[in-house]
Design a binder for this molecule. Structure first.
Ligand code: SF4
Length: 95
């Protein structure tokens, strides 16, 4: 993986969110209007050509705020927990 990937200077410039109001990707909370805002941001992500590197970056840097790679903060927390459980199961199976 290149250092450009980690600094975000390469893929971020190609993100579909570059044409949107940045505030859209940072809903406050996860109920009511904030939930609708998050869904609107995720709809942009679904059309984004760099959704995969974006999600990888958000997971690897443990970005806690905003919508990245089509996921919310709480969804990324779940992904981290699932990955941790899978790692434990894998280690246990190999022991
Ligand atoms: S996946 Fe979403 S947050 Fe990431 S660069 Fe694309 S539009 Fe922006």
């Amino acid at each position: 993986m290149s250092s450009d990937f980690l600094t975000g200077t390469d893929w971020q410039a190609r993100g579909a969110c570059g044409r949107e109001d940045p505030e859209l990707f940072f809903p406050i909370g996860d109920v009511g209007p904030a939930l609708m805002q998050a869904e609107e941001a995720k709809a942009v992500c679904r059309l984004c050509p760099v959704v995969e590197p974006c999600l990888r970056w958000a997971m690897e840097t443990r970005e806690v705020h905003g919508i990245w790679g089509g996921t919310s903060e709480s969804e990324r927390r779940l992904l981290h927990r699932s990955a941790a459980r899978a790692a434990v199961a894998s280690a246990t199976a190999g022991a």
